[in-house]
Design a protein around this ligand. Structure first.
Ligand code: UDP
Length: 241
């Protein structure tokens, strides 16, 4: 087993992308309703004042270091953290092996139509992939039973939930025993990116660790969230012994 690094009270797995994918394959084989989380700086900051989210993350089967901030924090605290494992990239890696390993995937979340577009994109990129269901992420409590039945009956191996943080983590945790899906992953804006609704930063910006800046420029409504980053840096530094 790999090391886990405690960042602001959350145990993050020090894994490479390849190790994360292998771990997910073994969780699928175990069939135990496992939750996988992708922890970026914003999520780790949120968990410092959201005990429920922190508990869910610490009970997850795998927490990957999503984002330059998480990798920086581990290094700053003196631990190894091999590389960034971005949620959007992890989803692509899972989809890439899905046809040959017969991994069935359900896409849940985002605005109406987005998951269907992401399904078409996945089918174009990964011929033979089985996207066994889609459902948008805007629903009321009355719709919940029907959504649960739809996901359960799809017999998916992997449920990708794009409801935003922390809604997706809390929803997956609350329903995991009922759903009995081997692996559920909160994937934030990934379906939007796949559907082409939101673009990812150009590669040079990703490499320069500036993806957060690009997202804020593109969606100014997100800019307010950027204040979490300097706060995260200060908090991690303060937690250093
Ligand atoms: N979303 C949803 N239901 C909600 C709230 C949000 O399906 O009740 C979707 C939203 O349309 C978007 C995703 O959740 O596709 C959240 O994306 P964001 O980039 O904000 O992800 P985060 O930064 O929270 O990971």
């Amino acid at each position: 087993m790999n090391e886990r690094v405690n960042i602001l009270g959350v145990e993050v797995d020090a894994v490479t992308m390849a190790q994360a994918v292998k771990k997910i394959e073994s969780l699928i084989a175990e069939k135990k309703s496992s939750i996988v989380a992708t922890a970026n700086a914003e999520m780790l900051m949120m968990s410092t004042h959201d005990e429920e989210l922190k508990k869910i993350l610490n009970s997850a089967a795998l927490v990957v270091p999503d984002g330059a901030g998480t990798v920086w924090a581990a290094h700053h605290l003196g631990f190894d953290m091999p590389e960034r494992v971005a949620g959007a990239d992890l989803v692509q890696e899972i989809m890439k092996i899905a046809p040959s390993k017969d991994i069935k995937i359900f896409l849940f979340g985002s605005a109406p139509g987005v998951a269907d577009k992401a399904k078409l994109k996945a089918e174009e990129l990964y011929p033979g992939i089985k996207i066994v269901g889609t459902r948008n992420g805007y629903f009321s409590a009355d719709d919940e039973a029907e959504i649960l039945a739809q996901i359960k009956n799809s017999r998916a191996d992997v449920l990708l939930a794009a409801l935003g943080v922390p809604k997706q983590e809390k929803w997956l945790f609350a329903h995991k025993d009922e759903l009995k899906i081997p692996v559920s992953i909160g994937v934030g804006g990934t379906l939007d990116v796949m559907a082409g609704v939101v673009k990812r930063a150009p590669l040079w910006m990703q490499k320069a660790k500036l993806e957060w800046l690009y997202r804020a420029m593109l969606q100014p409504s997100r800019a307010g969230r950027l204040t979490a980053l300097p706060k995260f840096v200060l908090k991690v530094h303060a937690s250093k012994k």
